[in-house]
Write a protein that binds this ligand. Sequence first.
Ligand code: GLA
Ligand code: ZN
Length: 701
Amino acid sequence: MPAQLPAGAKIRYGGDHNPEQWPREVWDADHAAFDLASIDTLTLNVFAWATLQPDEDSYDFALLDAVVERTVAAGRDIVLATSTGALPPWLAHRHPEVTRTDFQGRRHVYGQRHNACPSSPVYRRLSAELAGRLAERYAGTPGLVAWHVGNEYGGFDGGCWCDLCAAGFRDWLQQRYGTLDRLNDAWNGAFWSHTFTDWAQVVPPSMLSEHWRGPDHTAFQGITLDYRRFQSDAMLANFRDEKARIREHDATTPVTTNFMGLFRPIDYHRWAADLDFASWDNYPPGPREHVRTALAHDLMRGLKDGAPFWVMEQTPTITASRDVNPVKRPGVLRLWSWQAVAHGADAVLYFQMRQSRGASEKYHGAVLDHAGRTDTRAFREVAALGAELAALGDAVLGARTPARVALLVDWDSWWLAEMTDGLNRHARYVDTALAYYRALWQAGAQVDVVPVTAGLEGYDVVVAPMLHVLHDGVAGRLGDVVARGGSVIASFWSGRADEDGNAFLMDVPGPLAPLFGVRVEETDSAAPGVVNPVTLIDPDREGETAEAATTHVESVVSEASLVFEVLVPQGAEVVGTYGADFYAGRPAVTRHRGPGGGEAWYLGTALDDAGTAWVVRRALARHGLVGPYADAEDVELAVREGADGERTAFVLNHAEVAVDVVAHASGRDLLTGRDVAAGETLHLAPTDVVVLREDAQTTRR
Ligand code: GLA
Ligand code: ZN
């Protein structure tokens, strides 16, 4: 389904506001402060179920009415949440089935949040009922711009393993497989005597059944893979329940829920069609995670085919959930907020507007601290950013990313590769995707992160890190890219398993082998820190020996680690060879040229950053896709293009030092109003941001 975006005239700015937790005089103080910070959009009612429904038979909207009224009176737009992300105590007390049974098999009693069993009929009935009543009451409220269903689905243990879920799982399996024969075949049940003769024999894979050590150690990957798909679908059904009830009363206001970026438990691609627009909560795990964050933004934008998304939450200062919670350094909030906009965000919102008085997020950063001060560094930065966003107006609203590069992300591959015995537990899916993404990012390529089901027609370069599971058609679509002259790059552990998670009964990389012109003879693994030097020699240089090449700039020695696939070329040229161990001199990296001039690169090992960049830049360069700031480490270029073709280039300095770059285009810096000439020196202070509205036709390549 195509995206339906909330209407607006600027990048929205604001966040979670919980006036129901505060006396009325605080509401006035809040709005006075919001005026100072150009706050225009407030997310209301995220966790108020207990107030809205004091018991099973009564609803009380008086407080929310007042909150909504006050927000409307202040002229701010509203994102209305449905409050179903945290249960009220009476509900769990009266219907113990609504709480979850965890992965250890322990039935939980009341507590925390994100704690409902997705298969519970009572939860499904009452959450949908609440959403329906809210929609009935508040549809048509002036300034209501979006509905926010639930909150961070899959948070807290990623699922439920109760008897209701077991029953739901059996139904789901019957739908998927139809017969037990097909199920037994998919799960390879003949192994360890797992031939099921009645659906009732199927139980959820947990620490009481197939698992040991934890979620990634399962005796039957097929069972666990299906259970993850089922849980993702069960939570999606919860979202659909609520959305359907909202739609009975409000046919048009866009509906979303806040995702979490690179979040493993939920397959966001299975959800994407049901959201009207994508939104996510951006809490980088550390102070220097701007590349990972860029990947997450691009993944979220890819959910709705490149349409703009929202940052539903970020902290202005600190998080509260980590062991160490450092404050965002001066300028970093601004830098990361513009980074979000640069990657396609049409809203930059906070959690939260006023700091909580108690409970687990009492010290989580907020726009207003416990004292409600507006003269703090944090508030001043929030207000300054608000003013900048207001001044930008609608300049990039709705604009898209002109990407010629796609990076494939696939939850099935992520899940399966990380739960499979016999590989290497230290080689992780996101690390691998990030290694390739980092090389693309540093080269300044604009990247769409898309599912394996996506059409690849618009891309010159397609990168498929750890494409472990091959879904129907993906090998063919990658082949089409090469056939029309494009470049494809795949990593180790690709083409290993079918959609059931079983190995292909053929050479690795399975159905991808003809495209890459290579087969994997064996796969060695090593602990982190063990290095095998791989010499990469430019395949376009004629007649160079490995010895000569090590001293030549056209080659590089990369420290490869973790996984070492020994490759046998079957039509591909050898680009990289191992330097150590019994497979020294054997191929590690290959390139296969197609008849149409396209190229398929296969990297059978985890090259270090320099080696990965060496390969990735060659592929990009062939299509003229290396960006103008590729050599300025930590300088990011992200571009948005309006429907009218107008280009806005965001140049972001993530370095802790000042950097000079040569402007790639003429235009006007929309933040300062300064005119920039192509070729002039742009002096970027640490955390600096330039938002360059390019003059038509001035881009220097
Ligand atoms: C999440 C939740 C919020 C809040 C923040 C704190 O994103 O959605 O309710 O807990 O984390 O960082
Ligand atoms: Zn359950």
